[in-house]
Structures are given as structure tokens and as C-alpha cells.
Design a binder for this molecule. Structure first.
Ligand SMILES: [Zn+2]
Length: 110
């Protein structure tokens, strides 16, 4: 029962999260997909070391507090967003467009 209560509280916290997509406006978190940590060093594509790739793909730092993440708007405009989110309270500190849409629409906040 304790497990259910704990997860219900966490789920409630996430159900309140709104991401202000620069293209679509404020949307519920359910419209987005988690795209991974955005504040990691880019991988060297020429590196063929298996352990280095496993660490890059599967290992997560899981820091406490605010950090940068990718959140593609998969249920909306399909733009990739870089979001600064505090994982302790799910507070969204900033949102910006990245990738092709941002380049094609320089007037959008990015
Ligand atoms: Zn959008």
C-alpha cells in the first residue's frame, strides 16, 4: 500500500507539469516524450569503444535539482525542445526550440 501511495503522489506531481512549447503554446506533459539529458558532452562518432557507447547510451547521471533535458513535442508539432527542469519539484525554468524548426522559424523564441 505504501508503494501505491508513494507512486500516486509522484504521478500527481507529473500530471501538473505544463511545457510552454514555443510553437504550440502551453501543453500538458503527456504530449511530450522524454528525449534524454541535454547537458552531456557529445559523443565522438568515430569512437568505436563499446563500453564508452554503452555508458553514453544507457548510463544516466540523474542529478538532483535543475538540469537540461530534451523533450520532443511528439503529440503536437513534433519540434524538439530543450527544457531546463528541476527534477525535485518538476518546475520548468526555460524552454527553447532546437533543431530544424528553430532554424526555419528564427522569429520563435529559442
Ligand atoms: Zn509544439
Amino acid at each position: 500500500m505504501r508503494w501505491l501511495r508513494t507512486h500516486a503522489v509522484e504521478a500527481k506531481g507529473l500530471s501538473d507539469v505544463i511545457i510552454d512549447c514555443p510553437v504550440c503554446g502551453p501543453r500538458h506533459l503527456a504530449e511530450f516524450s522524454y528525449g534524454g539529458e541535454a547537458d552531456r558532452a557529445p559523443v565522438d562518432l568515430a569512437n568505436t569503444d563499446r563500453e564508452a557507447w554503452e555508458a553514453h547510451v544507457f548510463a544516466r547521471r540523474n542529478p538532483r535539482g535543475a538540469h537540461e533535458e530534451y523533450w520532443p513535442h511528439s503529440g503536437g508539432c513534433r519540434s524538439w525542445l530543450q527544457v531546463r527542469r528541476d527534477v525535485t519539484d518538476h518546475g520548468i525554468e526555460s524552454v527553447r526550440l532546437i533543431g530544424g524548426f528553430a532554424a526555419a522559424h528564427p522569429g520563435r523564441k529559442s
